[in-house]
Design a protein around this ligand. Sequence first.
Ligand SMILES: [Zn+2]
Length: 260
Amino acid sequence: MKTSTTRRLSLAIGLIAAAGLLTGCAQAPAAQPTSWGYGADNGPEVWGSLNKDYALCVDGTAQSPIDIVNTVDLDLVNIELNYTLSQMHEFDNGHTIEAEVEESSKNIITVDGEEYSLVQLHFHAPSEHQIDGQTFPLEVHFVHESADGKLAVIGVFAEEGTENSAWKPFTDSIHTADNTKAGAQVSLNPAELLPAVHTTYRYDGSLTTPNCGEGVKWNVMSNPITMSADQLAQFTSAYDGNNRPVQPVNGREIELDTTP
Ligand SMILES: [Zn+2]
């Protein structure tokens, strides 16, 4: 009799405890974010604490983006661009819309005597870099990699103006890229996506997303391209606010190549 009562009691306590646990689960605060983003709980201010591999996001001393000020004018060797009409896969990578260059397409740039291949391009809205404190509605990053894994990025600002026909295959596919797993196939000639004049700001920086790795050669074009309001809206309908704030320059030299 006693045993049975005890058993029943312990069963009841177990049920209460289970119910409490369930209630506790339902009322527990949201789980810690496991992936980075741009929100209050997983944004640039906390990237460094999300993952030990992201330590440079908080400890780095040569980070990007930056506000481009106090530049040194130099007649640098121009960046050599050997871009061709290329097949690209446009898709949503969870942080931006990206167009990845298919392996059959070769797009080589030469910076400071070193060759880099175009791997992918993607956008941030609004711009990540600033010029004298000025932000642009959009910044596109053309990400290039050398044979030994070094990165060179060409940054291009876009502002509102006339429609940009060279960009139409990309902008017309954003909705598909954003809303389907398969994404879209597009043909683009990267040369036509750049401004007509190729003067660049150059400095040594980092990835602007985790892991914020340094040693990235930045080449930010000083002339923006234009896109129509509709084209810019296509970008921001997919991602808006996916820009890391500007980081301390820490004495780095920012060169302006004065000859196109
Ligand atoms: Zn980027």
